[in-house]
Ligand binder design. Structure first.
Ligand code: MEV
Length: 432
């Protein structure tokens, strides 16, 4: 049985960590090997994926531990260069699991395709005519992807909007709502929009200009919640400073209130959420720019940019958190099916549907948000970041092998984590 609790994982050498993954999830040696850069995405695949390929670009792949999502233990692959993210998410998932883990729900996987209708005459009358022809337009759009149809997807609805004010004056926008099941959906939706365009032109007498998916996937949402027991929040830091559960809980709620009220803070708060979200989106070969665009637009949906998450307390005084955001990801098609490491990542998580993956990704986002708020609301972000950051600075300054830890440790003691200091320490250690 898969467990996401692997004690002492971080202390193991990299090869042994892979062995532990093999034990925890049934990954073949080839699948495990695909997590190593040289065996993952090769030059040949890269050459087929983009124009003018000259190679591949690596990122560290870490495993988020301790996650329980909808009662299921999940090992989370996270591709990210920022040192503290995997550790932070894993630690918070550990706190959350004693409160029952993460509970995720998702809406139907419905994407929006947009068609911009220009040069129409009577926009209101044209809009009504479009609605009268809704059934036939939906039937037409429904036929574009037989495979999606077979799995229960297809065209669901047609909405007509009039944009009254724009730099080129008023025009009609048609939204095609399309259930894309386990796909990200861009291809199906774009094809359907292009297919409908001539019919829409005939009905409206206008000219269909753009035909493209909207990344504001506000009908394809993932919502996750968690509760952290008060006793899990209390801690004493390395300086012997003690924080009670109440202090940490209230500090987190105050920190969230800042993001809820102020766009400058909300941007950074949401960036912390995206640290977790993007890491899994990238590891699974999904389009993280689409997720980023959708997340930030959704955060501004009421006209003012705000926090994507909410933190509060329940009747027993425990900390409660919630995150709702668009989640246009897929598990079929695109890089998810071409990239060997992305395929292995999906298998590691044991996800069977895009909706399940969406719930897991949102859980990691909420965990990461909690990690940042807990640190910010107590001892500050730098202490926890410092050791991890120091290693990266040591490497950047040219340290290799054992020297990395030695240089990093020295900088942490001195509380000076800078490349020039790292270079000096490397020189002094080498001269010794
Ligand atoms: C850093 O990558 C993310 C944080 O700034 C998020 C936050 O401030 O909530 C720590």
């Amino acid at each position: 049985m898969v467990t996401s609790r692997i004690a002492g994982f971080y202390n193991l050498p990299l090869g042994e960590r892979l062995d532990r993954l093999a034990e925890a999830a049934e990954l073949s040696p080839e699948e495990l090997a695909s997590f190593r850069t040289l065996n993952g995405l090769g030059d040949e695949q890269a050459d087929h994926m983009v124009e003018n390929a000259v190679g591949t670009f690596g990122l560290p792949l870490g495993i988020g531990l301790n996650f329980v999502v909808n009662g299921r233990e999940v090992l989370i692959p996270m591709a990210i260069e920022e040192p503290s993210v995997v550790a932070g998410a894993s630690f918070m998932a550990k706190l959350v699991r004693s409160g029952g883990g993460f509970t995720a729900i998702t809406s139907a996987p419905e994407m929006i395709g947009q068609m911009q209708v220009l040069e129409g005459k009577d926009l209101m009358a044209a809009s009504l005519r479009l609605l009268e022809h809704k059934a036939e337009l939906l039937a037409e759009a429904d036929g574009v992807d037989p495979l999606l149809k077979k799995f229960g997807g297809g065209a669901r609805d047609l909405e007509v909007r009039i944009i009254e004010e724009s730099p080129i004056g008023p025009f009609i926008v048609v939204h095609l709502i399309y259930d894309v099941r386990d796909a990200m959906g861009a291809n199906a939706v774009n094809t359907a929009c292009e297919k409908l365009a001539p019919q829409i032109e005939r009905i409206t007498g206008g000219r269909v200009h753009l035909r493209i998916l909207s990344n504001l996937a506000d009908q394809r949402l993932a919502k996750v919640s968690c509760s952290v027991l008060l006793k899990e929040l209390a801690f004493t830091n390395a300086d012997g400073r003690t924080f009670t559960g109440e202090q940490v809980r209230d500090g987190i709620i105050e920190a969230w209130a800042f993001a809820a009220a102020d766009p400058y803070r909300a941007t950074t708060h949401n960036k912390g959420i995206m640290n977790g979200v993007d890491a899994v989106v990238i590891a699974t070969g999904n389009d993280w720019r689409a997720i980023e665009a959708g997340a930030h637009a959704y955060a501004a949906r009421d006209g003012r940019y705000t926090s994507l998450s909410t933190w509060g307390r329940d009747g027993d005084g425990n900390l409660t958190g919630e995150l709702e955001m668009p989640m246009a990801i897929g598990i079929v098609g695109g890089a998810t099916k071409v990239h060997p490491a992305a395929k292995a990542a999906l298998k590691l998580m044991g996800v069977k549907t895009a909706s399940e993956l969406a719930g897991i990704i949102a859980s990691v986002g909420l965990a990461q948000n909690l990690a940042a708020l807990r640190a910010l609301a107590t001892e500050g972000i730098q202490r926890g970041h410092m050791t991890l950051h120091a290693r990266q600075v040591a490497i950047a300054a040219g340290a290799t092998g054992d020297l990395i830890e030695k240089v990093a440790a020295q900088m942490v003691i001195e509380k000076v984590v800078r490349i020039d200091r790292a270079e000096e320490i490397i020189k002094s250690l080498k001269d010794m």
